[in-house]
Design a protein. Sequence first.
Lengths: 289, 173, 691
Amino acid sequence: MDFLSPSTWEEALAAKSAHPDAVPIMGGTDVMVELNFGRRRPPALLDLTRIPQLRDHGPDDGYLRLGAGVPYTTIIERLRDRSPALAQAARAVASPQIRNRGSVGGNLGGASPAGDAHPPLLAVDALVELASVRGVRRVAAREFYHGPRRTARRDDELISAVLLPEPAGPQSFSKIGTRNAMVIAVASFSLALDAQARTVGTGIGSAGPTPLRAIEAEKFLASEFDWDGAASPSPATVTRFGELVASAARPIDDVRGSAHYRRHALSVMARRAVSWAVTDYRKEIARCA
Amino acid sequence: MRVSFEVNGHEVTADNVWPGESLLYVLRERLGLPGSKNACEQGECGSCTVYLDGVTVCSCLVAAGQAQGRAVRTVEGLAESGDLAERRLSPVQEAFVEAGAVQCGFCTPGLLVQTDDLIERTVGQGGGVPDEAEIREHLAGNLCRCTGYEKIIDAVRLAAERTAAQRDGGGPA
Amino acid sequence: MSGLLENTSTRAIGADIGRVDGPAKVTGTATYAFEHQLNAPAYLHPIQATVVRGRVREFDTRDAEAVPGVLTVLTHDNAARLADIGDAELAVLQSDEVAHRGQVIGAVLAETPEAARQAVRLVRVHYEERSHDVRFSAARTDLYTPGEAEDDEQGDLAGAMASAPVTVDHTYTTPMEHNNPMEPHSTIAVWEDAGLTLYESTQGVHSVRSTMAELFGLDPERVRVIAPHVGGGFGSKGPLHPPVVLAALAARLLPGRPVKLALTRQQMFDLVGYRSPTIQRVRLAAEPDGRLTGIGIDVTAQTARFKEFLEQAGKPTEVMYAAPNRRITHRLAALDVAPPTWMRAPGECPGMFGPEVAMDELAVACGVDPVELRVRNEPGTEPASGRPFSSRNLVACLREGARRFGWQDRDPEPRRRMEDGWLVGTGVAASTYPTGQMPGSVAAVRFEDGHYHVRIGAADIGTGAWTVLTQIAADALGVPVTAVRLRIGDSSLPSASLAGGSTGTVSWGSTIVAAAQAFRERHGTAPADGAEARAGLPDNPNRERYAMHAFGAQFAEVRVHADTGEVRVPRLLGVFAAGRIVNPRTARSQFIGGMTMGLSMALHEDSVVDPRFGCVVNHDLAEYHIAANADVVDLQAHWIDEADPYVNPLGAKGIGEIGIVGTAAAIVNAAYHATGVRVRELPMTLEHFLA
C-alpha cells in the first residue's frame, strides 16, 4: 500500500488522476474503520489533510462554500447561522472526537445512507463540487446519490467543496436513535423552506438505499403552506405531510429498527419539523414587520 | 514508510510503518506508549483518545502518515514533566482517583484526555465550570463498562472546580 | 465465625480509601496483558470458520505463506496434540471438525499484525459443509433436561394455579448478550526452557495455570501466568476460552519468542462466550391480597452441541418468595453455536427478569402496591431448602428505597403522567445474589524492611481487589494500610481462587485473615525481619447450616415518548443489603456499575444471530450498543448496615454482581406504569410502544 501525501490541491488532483484507485482519506472516520477491520486494502491512501483550502469556508456567489474537509466541529461552532440544518446534523454526528475529524466531504465520499450530513444537503438543494485534472464541475446533491455507496463522483475526481444556498427560511434536522448518544440513526429527516421561491425541500436519511427526498411531500407542503402569514396548517395537512414523507422512504428491517418503525418515525419527525418551521417562520415575519 | 512526529514534547520516529497502520498502533506497539487503549478500532469507544495538534481525536482512526510532523499528546503526557515515577498527577488525574472514577482502568486514559480538553476549553479559556449536560456531551464518545459513569462525571466536576479555584486564587487548590 | 476482626479496632475496613492502583491507571502505566514490553514479539491472527458446521477438507496456504513477514500458518495438521481434559471448547486445532461459525480453525503467525491479518485473508479453506441448526426456541422438540438441574418441585403448582383466585401466567424472554469488557481478551505467550509464560487478561491466574498445564502436559510449576491489571471481565475472562490455548500452541512453534494475540472486538463475539438467551414461563398463583400460593418458572436456554453450559435462571425462584407450591425447571436447546459462558450474575440476572416483571403484573392484578406485595411474600426461611437465612434484609431495602425514591406519592394507575410529550412512570424490582465462597486460596504474610508483604494470586479485574485486600490485611494484622505491601495477579504467588461468583473479596479476604492470624500466632506483634507465615482458606461450617444471600431493591423512573416510543431512564435508585461494606468508594462503583449494565440490558443489549449464517450480525460496538453516559442521568446506590456473623470472618457479602440483578425488571415495570404497555421481552425498544 502506498501513502500519498500531497501538500497542494494541484498535487492531490494529479495524484488522484495517476492513481484513480487511491482512496482519499481526510478524518479517517470511515476509511480507517475499513482498514482496521481488514475489510479493505486499497493500493494507496491519498491523504488530504495537508491541503489548506479543503478547510476553508466563506461566501461564494450567493452560496456558502464549505471546503470538503471542514470538520463538523467548525460547522457547529462557526457556521450555525449560515447552515442551520447542516449544523444541527453536525451536532448529531457521533462524538466530539469524531466531529473534530469528520467532514461533509468525507460523508459524501463514503455515501453511507446513514450519514447525518446527507438529509440537510438534499433539503437545502446544496451543490457538490467535484474536481479533477480535467476540470471542475458542480452537481446538485439531489443528483449526487446513485445507489448504495455509489455516487456521481468519477474515479479521478475529488470532492472539493459543498455549496450551500443562503438560508431563505426555516431549516431543521432531526434524528431518532435507540441510544441517547453515539448512535447511528434509525431514521433522520431534514426540512428547509425557501420563502422567496416558496418551495419546500426535504431529505430522508437511513430509510432507503440512498439518502432520499420526499418530492410529493415537498410539493404538497409548498402549496398548503401559508407563505404570507404562517397560519398554523390544519391537523389534516400536517398529518398528510407526515404520510407523504413516510411513503417516500424505502426502508428495510435491520438490527436498528424495522421498516415499519422507520416510516412511523419519519412521519413523526416530519410533523414536528412543520411545527418548528411555522414557529420559526412567524419569528422571521415578526422581525421583518 | 518512516513517520516522525512529536509525542508529549519529544520528537519520535517510527520505521517500517505500514501505510494503513493507525496512530494508535504506532504509539502502542512501536513507541512503547501503551497508555492509549485499543478497544474497538472504529471510533465508538474513545479509549484511544489523544490530542493531535491540540484537538482530541480517536487515534485508531488517524492513519500513521497523517501524524507526520504533527504534535501528539497522550495520557502519558498529562502529568507534569519529570521522571515518570515522581511526576505530580494533573488535577484531572488526581480527581479521577479521588472520586472513584477508575475501575478496570481501560477506558480511563481516553476519558482523561477528553476531560482535560473539556476543562481547557471551559475553565482554561476563562469560562466557568461546565455543567452536567456539557460534561456528558463532551464525554459522549467515551464508553465505560464498569463505573456507570456517575463517578466519572463527579471527577470531571471536581477537576474543573479545582482548576478554576487555582486559576482564580493563583495557588494550587 | 467470631473473627479476629471483632477483637481489633477496625480502622481500614469500611474506610473510604482511594484505589491503590489508581495512580498507575491514570498515568497510563498500569500494564495490561498485551502491554508487557518483551523483545521481538511475533503477532498471531486467528483463522475462523466461515461455515457453521462441517469439517475442513483442505487448507490452501500458499498465498498466505508468501506474504512478507509471515512466519508460519498454524492448523490442526501442525498444532501440538493436547491432553483431552473433557472440555471440547479448549481442544483447539485438535481435529478438522467445525462446530460453530467463527470457530478457530487455524492462525497465522507473522512479524506484524498486519501481515498476519493479510495472510489470514489469503488462506483458502475448503470445507465439507453439513446442515446446521441455530434456531433457539422453546417449541423445539429436542429440548433436554441438563444433569445439573433436575426439576425442582414442591407441592402442586398446577393445582395451585387451577384453584387460585388470581394468577399470572406469561412468557418472558431475554436475548443473547455479550460481556464486552473494554479490554479485549489478550495473551502474550512465551515458551522458554520447556516452560510456558502467559501474560493474560484473566479473572484467575491459577485456574489458567492449572488448565494450561493439564492441556499441555506440563508440571504446573513450569507454567507462569501474569495478570497485574485486567481491563474488565464480567465473566468472560473467568473460564478459559480458545484464544489463550491458540497463543500457547503458536508460541510452541517459536520457542523463545513472545507471541502476542489480542482479539478484535468482532472476534470477541465468536470466541469468548456470551450470556445464553432465555425463555421463561413464569406462573404465579395468589390470594386476592397478593399472598402467593404457588410460584413457578420454566426456563429454556441454549447451549453448544459440543459443550454444555446451563444458564440457571431458575435459581432465584428458590430463594425469593414464600409459597407452598413451587416448580422450577430448566431445559436446554443444543445448537450449532459457540458455548455460552458466565456473564455478570449468570442465572440470577436473567432469572430475576421474568419473575420480577410477573410480580409487577400480580401487583396490578391484585391492586396491591408492588413494594407491599413483595413484603407480604417475605419467607421466614429459604423457601426451597428450608434453611434459615444467615441474614436477609430485602424488606429493609424495599422500605428504605421507597423512602429515598419518593414512592409513597405514586398513583398506581398507569399512563397518568405526561410531561412535555413524555409519558412518565415508576417501577420497582428486587435483587438477590448468593454469598458464595470458593475453596483453594492460600495467602502468605512476610515481614521485611518494616513492611508486611501480603501475597496471594488474586485478580483485580476492576473490582478493587488491590485496595480492599490491602485494607483487610491491614486490619487483620492490626497495622495501618501504609504498612501493607500487597502482591496479586501472578501465579508464582500463593494459589488463589478466581474472581467469579462475587466470591473474590470474601474468599481471598478470609484467607488473608487466616494468614495474618497464623503470622501473629507464630511471630507475635514484634516480628523479626524475614518472619513469614501462610494459611489456607478455613472451612466455614455455617455454610451448611445457613442460606447465604445478599438482597436489594431497585427503583426506576422511565420516560417513554408518546409519539416516537423513545425510552429514557432519568432515575435509578438501588438499596442493597450485602453485609459489611469493606470500602464504600469501590463498593458504590460496583453497585452503580452493575445497575448501569442492567439499564444497558434493559434498553440496548441484543446479539442478533442470523440463522442462515450462524453468526452475530451486530458484532461491534457501533451496532451492539452498551449504555453510554448520556443514558444515565440520576443513578444512586445505597446500602443498609447489615451485620452477618455467619458468612465469613469479614461479615461481608460479594457485591460485584447483585447490582445488575433486577434492574431490567424495574425499568420494564416503570415503562408499564408510564404507558400501560407491558413489555415481556428484552431489550425494550421504541418499537414496543408503537400503537
